[in-house]
Design a protein around this ligand. Structure first.
Ligand code: ATP
Ligand code: MG
Length: 399
């Protein structure tokens, strides 16, 4: 049994000592079987949230009405969820109400895909009612029960299916695939935030190429923000190994560039990204457009900053079919280090110096002149010292 499960065993044992059933469930069981890195260890139990609370000294209520409590043990967090079903789906979205049930089997039955619907007991024995193990071996994502029913209950599952294709490098079973084709339009009922979370995982997974192709082929793209008219570009995009990019912002930058989106900020606002992300990505796009036509100069690098430049370089390499090498990265860093200044604050000559030197009143002319000085320093046309800058201003009749 993996270390992650061993560490969580005391939680299962304590529940069992008090007469409740308790199992490891969901993603951790799947990932252990696949030999992948285990993220969160989730537990399903017959104990209700109140019963869970009474058994452990440190718990956090993150949704007891849905049956979920966090148990903290040795600094690690475990979600313990009461066996439940999700009845009465409204509007093809996850229900707001759940019903607690007494059996593990019913709990596993409400889960989305067979590979996500396995449990493991404290001995390490896998409980697999829906052929999850067989499907894991075949590397196939297939719904628990009728795909049509399951996607009608919660349309987000269609994106989740493609997300697992990407993350696990699986394929979709034939009936799951054809059901997504038929039901894609139900995604219009799903909130943008939930779509964005899944789509980011689709772009990031090792199987992103196959998954992005599925987004195009199944018609799912039509129900994602601002992508309705982009099928051809989307297919082109799916030929790029997006997962080789390391940051989310890099992937959005590549997406926008390849899809030839003209209004970056508007596009990202529709996807409800944070202002900070929008700002970073918009800046990346600006410098990427420069970079595809010319090499980094000191001034360009000064204006972009190192983080943006590295991201732009990674994206440029990707769209040209390359990968940014460590050498390429080091070269760019070295060029950045070699800049005489990295921001205006490092300039040895400021507004006060300027006023002392001239007899003019403060005004917008100052900002313009400081900008000129800044660029002259960056481009090695003048030393970053008060004296040298004064000399330059005088000799160029700038003052
Ligand atoms: P990851 O490793 O990326 O977190 P995961 O399988 O743990 O993958 P989660 O979104 O964390 O995915 O969900 C945990 C489990 O809850 C899933 O494995 C699945 O059994 C169940 N689940 C999550 N979302 C849904 C859903 N929309 N419909 C049905 N079951 C779901
Ligand atoms: Mg998870």
């Amino acid at each position: 049994m993996n270390k992650e499960f061993q560490e969580a065993l005391p939680v299962i044992r304590r529940l069992k000592e008090h007469g409740y059933e308790a199992y490891f469930v969901g993603g951790s069981v799947r990932d252990a079987l696949l030999g992948k890195k285990i993220k969160d260890v989730d537990i399903a139990s017959s104990a209700t949230p109140d019963q869970v609370r009474s058994l452990f000294s440190r718990t956090v209520d993150i949704g007891s009405e849905h049956g979920t409590m966090i148990v903290i043990l040795n600094g690690l967090h475990y979600e313990v969820t009461t066996f439940r079903t999700e009845k009465a789906y409204k509007d093809n979205r996850r229900p707001s109400e759940v019903t607690f049930v007494s059996s593990l089997k019913e709990d596993l039955k409400r889960r989305d895909f067979t590979v996500n619907a396995m449990a493991m007991d404290e001995e390490g024995t896998i409980i697999d009612y829906f052929r999850g193990r067989e499907h894991a071996d075949l590397k196939v994502i297939t719904t628990v029960g009728s795909p049509h029913e399951r996607f009608s209950e919660d349309a987000l599952r269609m994106l989740r299916a493609i997300r697992f294709v990407s993350q696990l490098e699986f394929t979709l079973s034939t009936d799951t695939l054809s059901s997504i084709r038929e039901n894609a339009q139900l995604l219009s009922k799903i909130s943008v935030e939930r779509k964005t979370m899944e789509f980011e995982k689709i772009m990031a997974g090792r199987g992103s190429e196959r998954a992005l192709k599925l987004v195009a082929d199944t018609g799912i793209y039509e129900h994602l923000p601002c992508l309705k008219t982009k099928k051809q570009q989307f297919l082109q995009l799916s030929g790029l190994p997006f997962h080789l990019l390391s940051a989310n912002e890099e992937r959005w930058t590549a997406l926008i560039y390849v899809l030839k989106i003209s209004e970056t900020e508007q596009f990202l606002r529709e996807w409800k990204l944070s202002n900070r992300q929008i700002e970073m990505i918009a800046k990346n796009i600006l410098f990427l457009k420069e970079r595809v036509n010319r090499k980094w100069t000191k001034q360009l690098l000064y204006e972009s900053g190192l983080q943006c430049a590295l991201q732009v370089e990674a994206v440029k390499n990707l769209i040209e079919g390359n990968v940014l090498s460590n050498e390429g990265r080091s070269e760019l860093k070295a060029l950045y280090q070699s800049l005489p200044i990295h921001s205006k604050n490092e300039l040895e000559f400021g507004g006060t110096d300027l006023l002392q030197l001239s007899n003019q009143k403060p005004g917008p002319w100052m900002g313009e002149l400081i900008k000129k000085i800044e660029l002259a320093v960056v481009n090695d046309e003048v030393d970053n010292s008060k004296e040298a800058i004064k000399e330059m201003l005088k000799s160029c009749n700038l003052i």
